[in-house]
Design a protein around this ligand. Structure first.
Ligand code: NAD
Length: 424
């Protein structure tokens, strides 16, 4: 339930192609010429390495590691490293491109990258994972760099792996370089505020959108799907700002209370109950899918991809959807959502609070200084609010939904920067 850097999850209905289809629509609105379009859709660099690792039983197993840098047009590239058996070069390419748009939309000075190792970390000992992580880092020593390419956690990796990466990289350089990765443990230069950063950004996006829709937070009702890192912090922070969270859900099902769920109690319950809400008494148990279709002002999908799709989109009653998860709305459902006049704060914008605080971690490491949690929150709130306003303004200017507007903002920024910098 820790922090991970944003990345869409590969799935059947809403994979890279649906992101590219939205990218394509935005490019058309911008009148992007074919040349720039081709530059932006191709990754700048792709690296594949072979990593022979001595396993605990003395045998040598060979792993394949990847790093794809999609773009460094806006700055050093940024993106997580995932450890999963499903990792392959095409997936890493897609996720790297996605990071470029994500960083551009919140206006942080990074390009996009992604990395991964095809492995099953659950079947490996800590020692094996450490050796693999160090071998991967050494193989990538000329790719990574505090000013070049900065990894972060993703699926299957966390602060522990980031600490090993930072150490392996630092040893190879003969000095401590903590700015080379983000998502590190606090004592190694991690940032305060990082754990709750994504949920906090969801809260800021929700409030900004509610202001546009003239929904009073004190009278607003909400439903939150997913009660992990993103969903529970978003729910808690919105409740603190006056909203009534009528329903929450996790893998165990839905929980409804017409008078509002006490989110702090729900979090405490989950924390003492193996991470699940199963058996939570502060609400009536309902079907998990019902949570999406309730009569509430704001719906926050914060669990997984493609949960709002052709099958249920007609039943959605919320006026506003704030996407905490990556890709919770399938491309096919976009049309109905737009026809119904539902505002969407899209994933690429609404859940960018995590990468924003990763950026702050890097800034603090480079300054050799630690910010207070209060400063981190204040600055990330401002970045999220400014990004929301920019996307909203663009949606009015181009007369497009917020999702397309977010892509327009991102692509326009990268394309303009490319033109100023010039090619060969
Ligand atoms: P998490 O593992 O902490 O929590 C996921 C939650 O979703 C759990 O409560 C789980 O029980 C619940 N869930 C799973 N399947 C469900 C279902 N079918 N119905 C209802 N609930 C279900 O994960 P997280 O870090 O909170 O991430 C959630 C989403 O947000 C993912 O799409 C992730 O990619 C995205 N995201 C996360 C971050 C971050 O910083 N953690 C950043 C950007 C985007």
């Amino acid at each position: 339930m820790g922090y991970i850097e944003p990345a869409p999850i590969k799935d059947l209905e809403n994979p890279f192609e649906s992101m590219m289809s939205r990218f394509h629509i935005a490019a058309q609105h911008l009148g992007l010429d074919d040349e720039i379009y081709n530059v932006l859709k191709s990754p700048a660099r792709q690296v594949i390495v072979t990593l022979p690792i001595t396993m605990d039983d003395g045998s040598i197993q060979v792993f394949e590691g990847y790093r794809v840098i999609h773009s460094t047009i806006l700055g050093p590239s940024k993106g997580g490293v995932r450890y999963d058996m499903g990792v392959n070069i095409d997936e890493v390419k897609a996720l790297a491109a996605w990071m470029t748009w994500k960083c551009a939309v919140v206006d942080i000075p990074y390009g996009g990258a992604k990395g991964g190792i095809k492995c099953n970390p659950r079947a490996m000992s800590a020692g094996e994972i450490e050796r693999l992580t160090r071998a991967y880092t050494e193989a990538m020593v000329d790719v990574f760099g505090a000013d070049r390419d900065i990894p972060a956690p993703d699926m299957g990796t966390g602060p522990r792996e980031m600490a090993w990466m930072m150490d392996a990289y630092s040893r190879s350089k003969g000095m401590t370089v903590n700015a080379v990765v983000t998502g590190k443990p606090l004592v190694l230069g991690g940032s305060l505020g990082r754990t709750e950063a994504t949920g906090r950004g969801v809260m800021v996006s929700a409030l900004a959108a509610m202001e546009k829709l003239k929904i009073n937070p004190y009278k607003a009702t909400m439903a939150v799907q997913g009660f992990g890192n993103v969903g529970s912090f978003a729910a808690l922070l919105l409740e603190e700002r006056g909203a009534t969270i009528k329903a929450i859900s996790d893998i165990s099902g839905g929980y409804f209370n017409d008078n509002g769920i006490n989110i702090k109690e729900a979090i405490d319950y989950r924390n003492n109950n193996n991470g699940t809400l199963e058996g939570f008494q502060g609400a009536e148990k309902i079907d998990g899918n019902e949570v999406l279709e309730l009569e509430v002002d704001v719906l926050i999908p914060a669990a997984k991809e493609d949960v709002i799709n052709n099958d249920n989109v007609n039943n959605i009653k919320a006026k506003l959807i704030v996407e905490g998860a990556n890709g919770p709305t399938s491309a096919k459902a976009d049309k109905v959502i737009n026809e119904k006049g539902i505002m969407v704060a899209p994933d690429i914008l609404a859940n960018a609070g995590g990468v924003t605080v990763s950026y702050f971690e890097w800034v603090q490491n480079r300054l050799g200084y630690k910010w207070t949690g209060e400063r981190v929150n204040r600055r990330s709130d401002r970045i999220m609010k400014d990004a929301f306003e920019m996307v909203y303004k663009t949606s009015l200017e181009y007369n497009v939904p917020m999702r397309i507007a977010a892509y327009i903002v991102a692509i326009d920024k990268v394309a303009k920067t490319y033109k100023f910098r010039g090619g060969y």
